[in-house]
Design a protein around this ligand. Structure first.
Ligand SMILES: Cc1ncc(C[n+]2csc(CCOP(=O)(O)OP(=O)(O)O)c2C)c(N)n1
Ligand SMILES: [Mg+2]
Length: 347
């Protein structure tokens, strides 16, 4: 089903967010950006082998994270979701240890590539590297959630029980068959499921017009029998509003939503990509002027929620956290050689 006009004009849930929550959202976006920037520097210094960035996507991710039951509802992220997983509880130190592949790496003991997030504690599922494979897996999770709630296998008073599954992917990955299978399943079974497509108009070097013949990914929603909505992915509160509405629908048993957040990645695809070969510099510069963090800061300042002093304090705190995370990760040892097969084969 397409978004109904009533929903489109309903009062924004973000209007009732407290100043503390708004600042926490801003802080999470800022911290993600500073962690991300440092990761690029560490790559260029030859300290780490690989980094894939979420710069530019922070509003999509933080807006979505704050709209669900964070750390409780299931999230099946994709590689660009640094800000999302920080919002769920992963720390910059955890991430830095992943980048260095050091002992104690939180997601897989260093067996996965960095940015293949996973946390049992925060109900974050680890993705396979083939893009879109997370979609049917997350839809399956949503099916399990629905089954448990409908069959009395969950204590309704238990606040630690997930009530929906959220997954993310890029617009290019919606060309994969897995995406269609997962969306169809979500529609058929009216699942408590949110699929957040972070549309940054490129799949590595392939622009969106080579990927699909329609304007919006979310236009496909009615064909799956799910709600569809397009949102400005650089406006954190707009993303919060649509994901909040989607989450409430899922909690009420009213089915799945496809959210398409329009945004841009201001970095190359990954540390191994040179985007100068496929997109003009002017385009990148234009999007840098639409930076989601600066935009949110301006809004919060205009509302009197954020001040220049507070901003400076956040910057200093972020710097300290990033410095400490890097220092800790650098100092840790690599995993012992004999541990290489641990967790791979049954022991
Ligand atoms: C099935 C599959 N094909 C190709 C790749 C290589 N690959 C990794 S990311 C990516 C681009 C995906 O683009 P998009 O879905 O738009 O997400 P974005 O990276 O732009 O956020 C590709 C082609 C892959 N990981 N899996
Ligand atoms: Mg893309």
């Amino acid at each position: 089903m397409a978004l109904t006009p009533t929903e489109a004009t309903a009062p924004s849930p973000s209007a009732s967010l407290s100043p503390e929550t708004l600042l926490e959202m801003y802080w999470t976006m800022l911290l993600a950006r500073r962690v991300d920037e440092r990761s690029w520097v560490m790559h260029r210094q030859g300290k780490i082998a690989f980094h894939i960035s979420g710069m530019g996507h922070e509003a999509c991710q933080v807006g979505a994270a704050f709209a669900i039951n964070r750390g409780v509802d299931y999230v099946h992220p994709y590689y660009r979701d640094l800000a999302l997983v920080l919002a769920l509880g992963v720390t910059p130190r955890d991430f830095m240890i992943s980048l260095f592949g050091k002992e104690g790496e939180y997601s897989s003991g260093g067996r996965q590539m960095p940015s293949h997030w996973s946390s049992k504690q925060f109900n974050i599922l680890s993705s396979s590297s083939p893009v879109a494979t997370q979609v049917p897996q997350a839809a399956g999770l949503a099916f399990a959630i629905k089954y448990k709630w409908e069959n009395g296998l969950v204590d309704p008073a238990d606040e630690t029980q997930p009530r929906l599954a959220l997954t993310c992917l890029g617009e290019g990955s919606t060309s994969q068959g897995e995406w269609h299978e997962g969306m169809n399943w979500a529609g058929v079974h009216d699942l408590p499921f949110i699929c957040l497509v972070q549309n940054n108009i490129y799949a590595i070097s392939v622009p969106i017009d080579q990927q699909m013949a329609i304007n919006n990914v979310a236009d496909r929603a009615p064909a799956y029998g799910v709600y569809g909505v397009v949102v400005d992915g650089n406006d954190v509160l707009a993303v919060y509003d649509v994901v909040k509405a989607a989450a409430e629908r899922a909690y009420r048993g009213e089915g799945a939503t496809l959210v398409e957040a329009k945004t841009y990645r201001v970095t190359p695809h990954s540390s191994d990509d040179d985007d100068r070969s496929y997109r003009p510099r002017e385009e990148v510069e234009e999007w840098k002027h639409k930076d989601p963090i600066q935009r949110f800061a301006r809004m919060l300042m205009a509302r009197g929620v954020l001040t220049a002093e507070k901003q400076a304090e956040y910057e200093a705190r972020a710097r300290q956290i990033v410095d400490e995370a890097q220092r800790d990760a650098e100092q840790l040892p690599f995993p012992a050689e004999e541990s290489a097969f641990r967790g791979v084969y049954a022991e």
